[in-house]
Ligand binder design. Structure first.
Ligand code: ADP
Ligand code: 5GP
Length: 205
């Protein structure tokens, strides 16, 4: 059975990194797709774990070679998802979660790739600002830029299959797990040979 693809988008600071990390820790057989980026690492971020941190010329070479399933410029930096790595993961039967922006999600939608699209909303703009400030990873100028962009991104929420409001972290996590679980329980994900063999359906045909 092929793994499923989950696309998670949200304005910066809504909590998608936190939620995706918690989801992966608490559910088996799902991994986080590691994106390539030209953004410098934040304190504590590890190359090959949080992102593949690359120089712009290397990133653009990958673009030219068609190595990205999607890529976009977000807040002045380039981000992209490797086509090969993603295909390897789902072909191994592992589910994969892509934490990507609205432009990247729309590129994947346009390619009609089978994926579940989830949008994470903060409970309010005030809370969003508070979270960006408390995170202490960005300057005041960057926070202002991210807040301005947030409304543009939120406008896209209707193109997603599910919306989760990240107010109480534990509640939002349960909701995210429920989305993954419901995808796993879809009829098309059941090994039909197992059903046929167990219930001797062929002999009934
Ligand atoms: P994103 O990946 O969407 O930019 P993060 O996951 O980095 O956002 O979260 C932004 C900040 O908000 C972090 O400091 C995180 O610990 C905090 N945070 C995330 N979700 C919640 C929540 N439900 N309640 C309170 N703080 C949260
Ligand atoms: P951050 O720099 O805060 O980690 O991420 C900034 C934004 O880039 C977030 O909205 C995140 O979802 C998005 N992003 C991360 N990786 C990718 C990617 O591979 N492709 C696209 N399109 N966006 C990405």
């Amino acid at each position: 059975m092929k793994g499923s693809i989950f696309i998670v988008s949200a304005p910066s600071g809504a909590g998608k990194t936190t939620l995706c990390k918690m989801l992966i820790q608490s559910m088996p057989d799902i991994i986080h797709s590691i994106s390539y980026t030209t953004r410098p690492p934040r304190p504590g971020e590890v190359d090959g774990k949080d992102y593949y941190f690359v120089k712009e010329d290397r990133f653009l070479e990958m673009v030219r070679k068609g190595e990205f399933l999607e890529w976009a410029e977000v807040h002045g930096n380039l981000y992209g998802t490797s086509k090969q790595k993603l295909l390897e993961t789902i072909n191994n039967g592992t589910d994969v979660i892509l934490d990507i922006d609205v432009q990247g999600a729309s590129q994947i939608r346009a390619q009609q790739i089978d994926a579940t699209f989830i949008f994470i909303l903060p409970p309010s703009m005030e809370v969003l600002k508070e979270r960006l400030t408390k995170r202490q990873t960005d300057t005041e100028e960057i926070i202002q830029r991210r807040l301005q962009k947030a409304r543009e991104e939120i406008k896209q929420y209707r193109s997603y299959d599910y919306v989760i409001i990240n107010d109480e972290l534990e509640v939002a996590l349960e909701q995210l797990k429920a989305v993954v679980l419901s995808q796993r329980l879809k009829t098309e994900k059941i090994p039909h040979e197992w059903v046929e063999k167990t219930f001797q359906l062929q002999s009934l045909l």
